[in-house]
Design a protein around this ligand. Structure first.
Ligand code: SOE
Length: 376
């Protein structure tokens, strides 16, 4: 068994999700590599120590540059706001560390390209945390599509709906609400939510050729948590786009933080010549499948409970019939990363894969701004 010493930067929601993945993966998956929680890095020493103690990190750092200097760190996990991804990723690659970066890859394509060049030049393992690919029902959708069971694809549609910014008193900026600050986040729902839908779509249905988008910012001014002043809001609160895929199918995507009643509803549906698939994050262990080849008298949507040992990842969990949840997508991503080290192969989505998502996001934002179709 080879150890992989992890240096985690950041301790927010994703810091927990990834750390839980490192802690659990080897309990359930037979692997030749094992993560060791070596160091937790965050600016506030007290909070860093509290997180390290709670999750079992052996040490703390308060400056990521110091973390990168350490010989006992093999992989750096970047769980800080998007505007820091580029600088840390490039420095980590130059220091010879594996780089595991939270999504979206970067603020824009130019940054993403520089990051790809850095990890490829250094020849270090690299991965972006688009975790929804690793939900067993979504992985099963990939298998069904790749086996040709849907035939020619006509339509792909996806939504990611939330409602947590409807209140105009929610500030922008600061540790808790940096996602509303364009400087830290790059964009609003496009990079934060649609990027997930785009990553899954590219994986399941191939490349996107061109896009036509619209965005809206419903609350125009918010208090900035750092300056204490009301400032214009420059992120997109909602974004919709339609597109052509390279395979000739049509795509329709929507995301918003203003869909009252929806906290994190990611849904997707794909319609092909021989069948269709649908999936819903709120019922994440189920995949809906319609197979036109079924005998006419029983033909209909099948509700596939993804819990059987034959289905992706499920052979490693419990017994058939028992569900897994959101956190398992991260455990699976860690397991896939460790497996890629065992096999000496790249893990996906790599920085290069995530750059494709970034290209679609950039084209979407430009299309909305210019009110025009945009090639990706
Ligand atoms: C935003 O609320 C958010 O936490 C995203 O940042 C995550 O990527 C998404 O998975 C859930 O929603």
């Amino acid at each position: 068994m080879k150890n992989v010493n992890i240096g985690m930067i950041g301790y927010g929601f994703m810091g927990k999700a990834h750390t839980n993945g490192y802690a659990q993966a080897n309990h359930f998956f037979k692997l030749g590599h094992k993560p060791v929680l070596k160091a937790l890095c965050a600016r506030n020493a007290e909070k860093a120590q509290e997180f390290a103690d709670n999750w079992g990190y052996e040490s703390i750092e308060t400056d990521w540059r110091e973390l990168l200097k350490r010989d006992d760190i093999d992989a750096v996990d970047i769980c800080v706001p998007n505007n820091l991804h580029k600088e840390i990723s490039i420095a980590a690659a130059e220091a010879g560390k594996a780089v595991l970066c939270e999504k979206p890859l970067a603020i824009d394509v130019a940054e993403g390209e520089a990051m790809c060049e850095a990890v490829e030049k250094a020849g270090v393992p690299n991965m972006v945390w688009y975790n929804y690919r690793r939900i067993p029902a979504v992985s099963l959708a990939k298998q069904i599509i790749d086996e040709g069971r849907l035939g020619k694809i006509f339509h792909y549609r996806a939504n990611f709906l939330q409602d947590w910014t409807i209140n105009a008193d929610v500030p922008q900026g600061g540790a808790a609400t940096w996602r509303l600050d364009a400087e830290a986040a790059g964009s609003g729902v496009t990079g934060d939510l649609l990027a997930h839908c785009i990553d899954t779509a590219l994986w399941l249905n191939g490349g996107i050729k061109d896009v036509s988008a619209m965005t809206e910012t419903f609350v125009k001014e918010r208090l900035h948590a750092e300056t204490g002043k009301k400032e214009p809001v420059t992120i997109d609160d909602a974004c919709m786009f339609h597109c052509h895929f390279d395979n000739g199918s049509l795509g329709l995507f929507e995301s918003t933080r203003y869909a009252r009643g929806h906290k994190a509803l990611y849904t997707l549906e794909i319609n092909g010549e021989h069948g269709s698939l649908a999936w819903d994050l709120h019922d994440l262990h189920r995949l809906q499948y319609f197979n036109y080849a079924d005998d006419g008298i029983v033909r209909g949507w099948r509700d596939v409970h993804v819990s059987d040992g034959d289905q992706p990842y499920m052979g490693n969990w419990w017994v058939p019939g028992l569900n897994v949840g959101y956190e398992h997508s991260f455990i699976h991503q860690v397991a896939d990363f460790l497996k890629s080290l065992d096999e000496g192969k790249p893990v996906h989505p790599s920085f290069r894969d995530a750059l494709e998502t970034q290209k679609v996001c950039d084209a979407v934002l430009k299309s909305a701004k210019d009110r025009a179709w945009m090639d990706v």
